[in-house]
Write a protein that binds this ligand. Structure first.
Ligand SMILES: Cc1cc2nc3c(=O)[nH]c(=O)nc-3n(C[C@H](O)[C@H](O)[C@H](O)COP(=O)(O)O)c2cc1C
Length: 204
């Protein structure tokens, strides 16, 4: 899903980088708050997060995760936890009067979420939908797009009979990436096509 979406973004002239978190060394946040109180903006854990946090100078960050126990994967959660050096320790208020920390550099990229799950039914993404809203709010970001694929177990299938259906879906993802870069959003038409089942749920 990510590869096709990014290919579309590149068609529209964007520079992209696909980082596989599972290939990186990302330790758990220990909650020591050194990144706020001792070495402002810098985590004392020496691993790949130092390099990955520099990527937040980008315009957009796409969080892509399979659904694990109704949530992001543990690796993605570690990555999200380790984003806190980007924030300042002070507590302010957002436009709804809710507490929040200011963004350290003033710049926070827009967020996109891409996910797939094994079950059919969009309701399986309820937790993820709320989570990304809260993560974006906490980080002072905006959600630019969300792509949820239920019945995602067939995405990696090499069954010949599925090929045309999967090709169609991949083209839609590519279109979504293109639209996002050219128009700043995925069109309603493309979004509604992306939400349709790839094959009927009973067949799945
Ligand atoms: C530990 C674990 C937990 C999972 N939890 C859910 C779940 O809560 N709901 C669901 O629909 N699928 C769940 N799945 C299925 C995955 O979301 C599904 O296999 C998905 O297609 C994997 O995507 P990937 O091929 O990109 O890794 C789970 C899979 C694993 C391994």
């Amino acid at each position: 899903m990510v590869e096709n979406f990014l290919a579309g973004a590149e068609d529209a002239g964007a520079e992209t980088e696909n980082i596989i978190l599972a290939d990186r060394k990302i330790g758990h946040c220990t909650g020591c708050f050194a990144c706020w109180l001792k070495t402002p903006g810098k985590c004392i854990i020496k691993d790949d997060m130092e390099e990955l946090l520099e990527k937040f100078s980008a315009d957009i960050i796409v969080f892509a995760t399979p659904l694990y126990v109704d949530n992001v994967t543990g690796i993605m959660k570690d990555f999200m936890d380790r984003m806190i050096p980007r924030l300042e320790p002070y507590i302010g208020k957002d436009e709804n009067g809710e507490c929040k920390h200011p963004v350290r550099t003033g710049h926070m990229p827009g967020f996109i979420l891409i996910s797939n799950c094994g079950f059919t039914g969009i309701e399986h993404f309820q937790v993820l939908k709320l989570l990304i809203r809260r993560v974006a709010r906490n980080a002072g970001s905006k959600i630019l797009a969300e792509i949820y694929r239920d019945g995602g177990g067939i995405l990696a299938s090499s069954m010949l009979v599925l090929k045309p259906f999967l090709m169609h879906y991949r083209k839609l993802l590519r279109k979504a990436g293109y639209e996002l870069v050219t128009d700043g959003r995925i069109s309603e038409k493309t979004q509604s096509k992306l939400e349709k089942p790839i094959i009927p749920p009973e067949q799945y």
